[in-house]
Structure formats: structure tokens, C-alpha cells
Design a protein around this ligand. Structure first.
Ligand code: G6Q
Length: 547
């Protein structure tokens, strides 16, 4: 298999890049009034306008060729069909089966997995309806008012972003909390405000061995037993979501209260599985199914739309354009929607854990950049914080801007003001402000000649800063499902093109292993003699402070 950088499609982009690098989007827009029509695509009500990017028709054509030459379409089918594309863990990658609303069979090792997926969905419906309808009560007959999800990484970030974003759809009187950090403060601060008799804990862990989750789960159990005085009551207040049902049993959770998922669901892709249980308890199963429907609609679009109109493919190709040719180190995501405030945290894991890799599928070191640093904040807050760097800094930062056309909370003209900021920022980033415009502005403001010359360089904006605008009607479960699936597929396409395995996470496993080793030193063992002096020095300093 030829190296990525030796492929004809890559070489063609490389030589084309030198022609495009110096072009300004302001001129590209002036030359082509059809740019928006040409460079936009729609799936249901989700519109992607990618016209504010530093590319010509030819750039786009060459990028699409790269997707063809790296066989993105072939890999896509392998994923949907359950082939073991996670090559370092020898597993299929089938989060798409979890939201396969067609219910057509999907085979793993000759077994159709749809019946067991449907069975767990039914179990989630039955359980959530009992809890939400007041039939499942706490040990002393109280209604369940607080659900606490204990999980970390993929067993936390997905359900957390969804519950936060879907707050307007939540059942009145039902609260959901997320405990992830092993820092005891996280659990303690939540326990201060809940009553054990009306609290349900979900221990969410694919492996059921993750140190942070297990410690938090044991602490929660201890708190529960010591405040209620009843071991027996644990059964009514603790359920588990895991692919390791035996370990969940051993923790003391009854088999009927364990919600299963499987090793072909990666942690960061698991929110569509039983890991979505907190979502279901908070929003209800019908809303969760709408969420799955939205993701399925995006899956179908991803599978069937031609590359030129395929939203996840386009986002992926543009990301590669900036990452590998403009040397952009990061990619920002700005949701102009307060409900989406956890979106950057979720995307950081999705993207950086998937594509933060240096080894190709053939086991060689890459000689090109792979996954970008993902970051972001909600609009318009971000404008008053780091946007200065986007407008006038030295680093290229391509960005996605997302906004719903309608707000869940229409307050006077506030949503229109939000939208005007969204439009003004993407336009300003693209257009910039020329010297002549800045001069004109200062003159109109009556600035004296000598002062004007001093101020002028500071008032110029280069512009030519790329953005994607993603606009949709409203943020509801269906649209959110589609948006998250859109990003999953974007990450997938980039991984295929970079020729890396997006579905393992050995760096995460390393953290789990190292923390265990150092714990033994903290528990009193001598540090190994070959420990680096920095770690030994910190351990010594800690021992002087801890008492
Ligand atoms: C995700 C990663 C990682 C994982 C957590 C929690 O893809 O594998 O973030 O989700 O480490 O793991 P458990 O669910 O096994 O506790």
C-alpha cells in the first residue's frame, strides 16, 4: 500500500496548494456569486455552508479525489457491515448498529446483533417508564428524583452532553448528575444535595474495572449504606451499564438491573447504547428514540450521498486541507447555543482519542500531521475571550460555527442578536478589514492625522480565516443525534485518509496502568530505584505536605 503522501491525489493537492495559498476569500466571493450554492449541502434541516473556506472549485475537486483514492467509501461499508476494522483490538466498530432504525440484520461472526440491541432497548424502555412513572421507587417508597451517573470518559461525556443539551425535554422533577473525576470533591459535592431514598445510581463502565469509576461507585455505595443503614436497599438504588456483567454482579448489582452492551461498541461511541440510560431516565425513551433516529438519518446520508454533497466527508476533507497543507494545529468549535456548552468537551474525546495517533494501520510512523487539537466555547461568550487570536493572531484556526434558527427560550430579540453575532463573526473572519477600510473608518471618526497613522496597523484585519457554518431549525433530540453522528463520521473519514486506527486508545490504557503502579508507592512501597528524579522529588514533597 503506497504511503499517503505518495498517492497521486495527495501530490496533486500539494502542487495545487501553492496556487491557492495566496488567494483571499474576499476575492473568491467577489468573482463567484454562486459560491454559496456550490459550497453548501443539506441533510434534513441541517445546512452546512462551507463556502467560507480557502479553496477554489479545483481544490474541492482534488480533495474529493483524495477521499476516492484512499477508498473512504470502501472503509465506510466495512464499518457498517461489521468488519473488524479496529485492527489493534481485533473488533468490529458497530455504534451504527445501535441506531440502525431499519432493523436490517447486521452480522458479527455470523450472528445478527439486532435482536440483542432491540432487547436492551426494550429493557431500557421498561425500566425508565417504571422509574419515571413512579412504579419503581426507592427502598422507603419515595419517588426517584435524582439520577447520578458514575462513569468516566466514554461512559460520561456522551450522556452528559446530551442531557445538558436536552434539558428542555426533561421530565419535571427529575434531575441528572454526572460524577466522573476520582477527585473526591466531585462525588461529595453532588451527594450534599441529594437524599438517598430518592436517588438512583447508575454505575456506567464498559470494563467495570476503571479505577475512578469503581472508587466513586464504592464510595457512593458506602454513603448510601451508612445514611440509610440498609445493605438490602442497595438493590433498589444501584443499577449498572456494562459489557462485563460478571463484574457488575460481583459489585452487588442484580442481573435484572444490569444493562448490557458489547465489545464492538467503543467507549467514546457508546452513548447510543445502554450507556444512554441516564438520557433515557431524564428525557424518556421516546426522546431517546428520536435521538437515535436523527443519528440514523445522518448514517444514511453518510452512506448514500455523493462525496461532493456528503456533509461528514466535506467536513473531514476540509479538516485535512487545513491540518496537512496549511499546518493548522487546532480546530475550534463554536456553538451559538447555551445548551451545547459541553459540546467541545465531548468532541475533544471523540476526535482526539480517535485520531491522536502516530502509527499507521501497517505499524509505521506517519510522516504527516494527524488529528488536530479540538477546542471551543459557546457563542457569544467566545467573542469576548479568545476571538482576538482568531481575528488577529498568528495561528491559523479553522472553525465550525453552529446555530439553531429558533431558540427554546425566545426572550425579546435576544436570539436575533445571537444570530447577528454568528453571521457577523463568520463574515468578519472571512472578509477582514483592509488598510483603506480601516483608514476610512478612522477618518470618519475624526481621528487626527498623526494619531491615525499610529493606530492604522492595529486596526487592519487580514481576514481569510476559514469557517464552516452549520445552521438547523431547532435543537431537539433528532437534530442533536444527527449532529453528533455527523462528527463521528467526520472523525472516521479523517482516520481512514490518515491511514490510522481511529478506534483504539492505548494512551488511555497507559494512564490506567501507570496510576495503579504509583498508587502502590503512595500506599507505602518504596519507589523503584530507577524512578526519574522529578517523580521521586514530587513524591517526597507530597509526603512532607500530606499531614
Ligand atoms: C473511550 C475510552 C475511554 C473509556 C473510559 C471509561 O473510547 O476507551 O474514555 O470510555 O476509560 O472506560 P470504562 O467504560 O471501561 O469504565
Amino acid at each position: 500500500m503506497p504511503k499517503l503522501t505518495e498517492l497521486p491525489a495527495w501530490k496533486a493537492i500539494e502542487s495545487h496548494f501553492t496556487e491557492v495559498e495566496g488567494l483571499h476569500m474576499r476575492d473568491l466571493f467577489a468573482q463567484d456569486s454562486q459560491r454559496f450554492e456550490k459550497f453548501s449541502s443539506q441533510m434534513d434541516d441541517i445546512l452546512l455552508d462551507f463556502s467560507k473556506n480557502r479553496m477554489t472549485d479545483e481544490s474541492f475537486r482534488l480533495l474529493c479525489n483524495l477521499a476516492r483514492e484512499t477508498d473512504v467509501e470502501g472503509w465506510r461499508e466495512q464499518m457498517f457491515e461489521g468488519k473488524a476494522i479496529n485492527i489493534s483490538e481485533y473488533r468490529p466498530v458497530l455504534h451504527t448498529a445501535l441506531r440502525n432504525r431499519s432493523n436490517k440484520p447486521v452480522f458479527v461472526d455470523g450472528e445478527d446483533v439486532m435482536p440483542k440491541i432491540n432487547k436492551v432497548l426494550q429493557q431500557m424502555r421498561y425500566f425508565s417508564e417504571r422509574v419515571r412513572g413512579g412504579h419503581w421507587r426507592g427502598y422507603s417508597g419515595h419517588l426517584i428524583k435524582d439520577v447520578i451517573n458514575i462513569g468516566i470518559g466514554g461512559s460520561d461525556l456522551g450522556p452528559h452532553v446530551v442531557c445538558d443539551a436536552m434539558k428542555p425535554f426533561a421530565q419535571r422533577g427529575m434531575n441528572v448528575h454526572f460524577v466522573s473525576n476520582v477527585d473526591p470533591t466531585h462525588l461529595s459535592e453532588i451527594l450534599k444535595f441529594v437524599e438517598p431514598e430518592s436517588t438512583l445510581f447508575i454505575v456506567s463502565s464498559k470494563s467495570f474495572t476503571t479505577q475512578e469509576t469503581m472508587m466513586n461507585a464504592h464510595s457512593a455505595r458506602q454513603w448510601f449504606v451508612s445514611t440509610t443503614g440498609s445493605e438490602k436497599a442497595v438493590a433498589k438504588h444501584f443499577v449498572a451499564v456494562s459489557s462485563n456483567t460478571q463484574a457488575a454482579n460481583e459489585f452487588g448489582i442484580l442481573s435484572e438491573n444490569i444493562f448490557e452492551f458489547w465489545d464492538w461498541v467503543g467507549g467514546r461511541y457508546s452513548l447510543w447504547s445502554a450507556i444512554g440510560l441516564p438520557i433515557v431516565l431524564y428525557l424518556g425513551m421516546d426522546h431517546f428514540e428520536d435521538f437515535l433516529e436523527g443519528a440514523y438519518a445522518m448514517d444514511e446520508h453518510f452512506r448514500n450521498a455523493p462525496i461532493e454533497k456528503n456533509i461528514p466527508m466535506i467536513l473531514a476533507l476540509l479538516g485535512i486541507w487545513y491540518n496537512n497543507f496549511f499546518d493548522a494545529q487546532s480546530h475550534a468549535v463554536m456553538a451559538y447555543n447555551q445548551y451545547l456548552r459541553r459540546l467541545p468537551a465531548y468532541l475533544q474525546q471523540l476526535d482526539m482519542e480517535s485520531n491522536g495517533k502516530t502509527i499507521t494501520r501497517q505499524g509505521e510512523r506517519v510522516d504527516y500531521l494527524t488529528g488536530p487539537i479540538i477546542w471551543g466555547e459557546t457563542g457569544s461568550n467566545c467573542q469576548h475571550a479568545f476571538f482576538q487570536l482568531l481575528h488577529q493572531g498568528t495561528k491559523p484556526v479553522p472553525a465550525d460555527f453552529l446555530i439553531p434558527a429558533r431558540s427554546k427560550n425566545p426572550l425579546g430579540s435576544q436570539h436575533k442578536v445571537l444570530l447577528s453575532n454568528f453571521l457577523a463573526q463568520t463574515r468578519a473572519l472571512m472578509m477582514g478589514k483592509t488598510e483603506a477600510e480601516a483608514r476610512q473608518e478612522l477618518e470618519s471618526a475624526g481621528v487626527a492625522e498623526d494619531r491615525l497613522e499610529e493606530m492604522l496597523p492595529h486596526k487592519i484585519f487580514e481576514g481569510n480565516k476559514p469557517t464552516n457554518s452549520i445552521m438547523f431549525e431547532k435543537l431537539d433530540p433528532r437534530t442533536l443525534g444527527a449532529l453528533l453522528a455527523m462528527y463521528e463520521h467526520k472523525v472516521f473519514v479523517q482516520g481512514v485518509i490518515w491511514n490510522i486506527n481511529s478506534f483504539d486508545q492505548w494512551g488511555v490504557e497507559l494512564g490506567k496502568q501507570l496510576a495503579g503502579e504509583i498508587m502502590q508507592v503512595l500506599a507505602g512501597d518504596q519507589p523503584p530505584e530507577d524512578y526519574d528524579c522529578s517523580t521521586s522529588g514530587l513524591l517526597d514533597y507530597y509526603s512532607t505536605l500530606k499531614t
